[in-house]
Design a protein around this ligand. Sequence first.
Ligand code: TRP
Length: 364
Amino acid sequence: MVDLSMYSLYSHAGGQLDRLCRAVGFDPAERRHLDLLRLLLGESGELSVSEPAQFASNVSDDTTPIEFSVAFDTTGECVIRVLGEAIGAPDPRWFLDRVAAEYGLVTDRLDAVADLFLPHDERRGPFTLWYSLIFRDGAAPKIKVYLNPQISGPTMADSLVSEGLRRLNLSAAFDPVVEHALRRGDRDNFTFFALDLDDDPLSRVKVYISHDAAESEDAEHAAALVPGADPMLIREFLAVLGGRKGPFGGRPLISSYSFVEGMADRPGNYSLYLPIRSYVPDDEVARARVHAVLAQFDFDPGQLDKALEAVSKRPLREGVGLIAHVSLRMGEFGSGITVYLSSEAYEVTPPRKRSALRALSLSR
Ligand code: TRP
C-alpha cells in the first residue's frame, strides 16, 4: 500500500495533472499547468490529503476542490482541463487577480456581470466562483470562470441569467433557451453561467441547465436549438453511456449552450453532460461504456486508458466516480467527447453491485 499521509493535496493533484498532460503527448518541459494549479490551490494545497478537508468543495463528490477533464475533438486535438475552486483564497477573485496580467486575461465581461453573480453578502448555494484551467500542447493556458445562477436563491436564477445575457449583448438568447431547455418547471434549472476570459472575438458565454429526472427526448429537444445538432447522436450517447433512454433519475443530465457576442439569436454549440457515475456500478463498467462511444465517434480509446492510468492506480472495479461525467458537444465551435476524471484525493466511492443475470439462468 502507498502511504498517502505524506502527500499534500498539491503533490497528489499536481502529479496527476502532470502525468495526464504527458500521457496525451504534451511537451514535458512545460511547467505552467503546475504553476497555475499550485496558485489555484493556494495554502490549502499544502495540507495533507490524509487530514479531513477543511472546506467541502462541490467540485467533486469527495470534496476535492478540483476535477480533471480530457476533451477529444474531431479536429484530432486533445485538451486537458482542470475545473477548480480556489478554496484557500481570501476572496473568490484573488486567484484571477494574481494571474490576469501574466496570462493576458480580459475580465471586461466578468466585470460587467460581477454585481449579479458575486454579491457581497454571505455565500449561498453550492459555490460562488469556479475556474477552468485549459491546457493545449504548445499553447499558453487559458482560463474560464463559472458563476452560479442560484447564488441569490432559486427564485432569482432566471432573472440573473436574463440580465447577465443582456449586459453581454446577448438579450435575444434568453427566450429560445427557456423554450428549448426549461420546459419542465421546477425540474429544469440554470446551474452555471460561464465566461471565457480571453481576448478573442470568439470568446464564449455559456449557460448550463440541469434537468432532473429527464428523458432522452428532453435532451434531444434542448439540442434542437442548435442548427444541425443531430438528435440521433444524443439518443445513442445516452443509450450507450447511461444504459437507458430515461428517466435519468440519479444525478441530473445537464445541457449547455455556447454563445459569442453578436450571435445572440442562436447558440453555436450544444453540449450534453451525463453524470455517468450515477448510472454505472463501478468504473470498470464506466470505462467499457466510454470506450464504446469513443470508438463509435472514431476517437482512440487507448488515450482514455492512458489518462485513467495517469490519474489513478486503483483497480477500476473497486470504486465508482473516477469517471465522473462524460459530455458530447456539437456545433460550429467544435464537436467531440469530453471525459471528466475525479482526483479522488480524499476518498473513493465504493462500487455498487453489478446486476447479475444468474436469476435468469435456466436450470435443467
Ligand atoms: N460536482 C458537481 C456535479 O457533479 C459539479 C460538476 C463538476 C460538474 N464537474 C462537472 C457538472 C462537469 C457538470 C459537468 O454536478
